[in-house]
Design a protein around this ligand. Structure first.
Ligand code: NG6
Ligand code: CA
Length: 505
């Protein structure tokens, strides 16, 4: 009996605690290719981002915050599902591909929905659409709405790929049915001008790839015919996403909501609105970061005006590290000046070295989170489980861990280990050590001018003393290397699949 009473008290306490758990609104602002050194509060570059800084300085600014991957789709997959992207063979950079999240899989927005939240995404998607050939003139499904979002206003892949149209809840926006859209990535140019054939029609010249259909003077990846009335205006894209994000918040603000606000900047093609042209002195790449920073400031102001700021968690991060020339001549290299988007880290987008995955990473909750700079190791894979724990859901994930203390309560410990991914290869971080297995292929990606991390032997770095990974310690610490290889193999098990084929024996 005594035992029964104790158990009842325990359960009463536990469930009452659950009822009392907060249900803050959550906005994850997710930039595309924003580097560790691109946010001025990190103090590593010269570009100024005052609006992000304000949020960073009043929240927790993580110095060891990671995207799961050095490219976009895998990072988004991991953020959405709490599963390492290398476990899913389809989680690679997508171009016109089908949805890579199984509609039965648990996701971050599904978890929020199960706890009574409204859920929306505005911005870049890049997780695929449909489950067979996609007809853009009809309802497009499955997509974001089938994996947990009540509302979606997206571009399908990236700004450099067709279709160059917005898709709202499965329908292309402003489509004239008399001018249907056709797209392909196979080389059929429909007899229309292309970047390859018609350089004279371009306002921005391509450097590598990006030489198919021309839209608004910008050559793209893939061919598109029709859909003229639906085509987006590149220079208005930031304003459009901001308006749609605010509009979404205005429709759901009386209930708890989760908004995934996924910015297109500073991914190529970099097309700042004219009012931001020249604002950074660094050419279009700097200008679109200033533009993105302004959007974040406007969103913040909007939350203040609507009386939502006290009850809204804001997270700011990026899907992968920076790149300067990612396929267009846009003066990103020439006008960089003293700025360091890589923040002193080695590599960049596409790389197994630090600059590929270590990104700006900020959590903010007015009045709840105390300003802090945290060196704890945290990743975007942990959002699902951490938010689940914060709002009292029992949902867990395969590879994420509950870091709600570290993210939202200024206490607790981060991860001790993490397997990062870059273009179908993986590396292993354990505390302050990083082990990169040997991989086939060139150590250097010439087109983008980035060291990607392929080497003929295992590499071992100690980030504590050598953040820029200059000194390979594999010969000096063979036991440490062996331990790390063993643990890496334990975690990855049989799930490495194609990654294994790339590893040199
Ligand atoms: C690459 C594109 C690059 C970029 C990337 C995706 C070429 C030559 N390069 O294939 O420009 O679009 O895909 O970037 O086409 S990501 O940030 O969405 O992963
Ligand atoms: Ca990206």
């Amino acid at each position: 009996m005594k035992k029964f009473i104790l158990v009842s008290i325990f359960f009463a306490f536990f469930s009452c605690n659950k009822v009392d758990l907060p249900k803050p609104n959550v906005i994850i602002i997710y930039a595309d290719d924003l580097g560790y050194g691109d946010v001025s509060s990190y103090g590593l570059g010269t570009l100024q981002t005052p609006n992000i800084d304000k949020i960073a300085n009043d929240g927790i600014r993580f110095t060891n915050g990671y995207a799961s991957s050095a490219t976009c789709s895998p990072s988004r997959y991991a953020l959405m599902t709490g599963t390492y992207p290398w476990r899913n063979k389809n989680a690679k950079i997508l171009t016109g591909a089908n949805l890579i999240i199984d509609t039965t899989e648990m996701t971050l927005p599904k978890m929020f929905k199960s706890m009574g939240y409204q859920t929306g995404i505005v911005g870049k998607w890049h997780l695929g659409l449909g489950d067979g050939p996609v007809n853009h003139n009809e309802f497009i499904s499955p997509g974001p709405n089938e994996v947990g979002f009540d509302h979606s206003f997206i571009m399908a892949d990236t700004q450099d790929r067709v279709p160059t149209v917005y898709i709202e809840n499965g329908f292309v926006v402003n489509l004239d049915t008399n001018d249907p859209i056709e797209i392909n990535f196979k080389g059929n140019d429909y007899g229309l001008p292309s970047g390859l054939k018609n350089p004279e029609l371009l306002s921005m010249m391509w450097h590598h790839g990006h030489n198919a259909s021309i839209v608004n003077g910008v050559p793209r990846i893939g061919f598109q015919r029709g859909g003229k009335s639906a085509m987006w205006s590149d220079i208005d894209m930031a304003d459009k996403f901001l308006d749609e994000a605010k509009k979404y918040v205005s429709t759901v603000k009386d209930e708890p909501f989760f908004l995934f606000y996924t910015l297109q900047q500073p991914h190529v093609p970099r097309t700042p609105h004219p009012r931001f042209e020249g604002s950074s002195g660094m050419g279009p790449r700097g200008d679109v970061i200033v533009e993105a920073d302004w959007c974040i400031g406007e969103m913040y102001k909007y939350l203040e005006e609507e009386g939502l700021i006290d009850n809204t968690i804001i997270i700011i991060s990026s899907d992968n590290g920076p790149v300067l020339n990612d396929g267009y001549y846009d003066e990103a290299v020439e006008k960089l000046g003293e700025h360091d988007p890589f923040g002193g880290l080695r590599g960049g987008k596409y790389s197994l070295f630090e600059a590929g995955t270590r990104v700006p990473f900020i959590t903010y909750w007015k009045g709840k989170i105390k300003p802090q700079v945290s060196d704890e190791l945290v990743t975007q894979i942990d959002f699902l489980e951490s938010f689940s724990s914060l709002i009292g859901s029992d949902i867990t994930s395969k590879d994420g861990i509950d870091l709600s203390d570290v993210f939202f309560r200024n206490k607790g410990k981060g991860r001790t280990e993490f397997v990062l991914e870059a273009t179908s290869r993986t590396a292993f971080r354990q505390n302050n050590w990083v082990m990169i297995p040997p991989y086939k292929g060139s150590p250097f990606n010439e087109s983008v001018n980035i060291e990607v991390g392929n080497s003929k032997k295992h590499l071992l770095f100690n980030l504590d003393k050598d953040m820029s990974q200059e000194y390979d310690l594999s010969d000096r610490y063979p036991e440490k290397l062996d331990d790390m290889i063993k643990r890496y193999e334990e975690i990855t098990g049989d799930d490495l699949g194609e990654v294994k084929e790339l590893i040199l024996e």
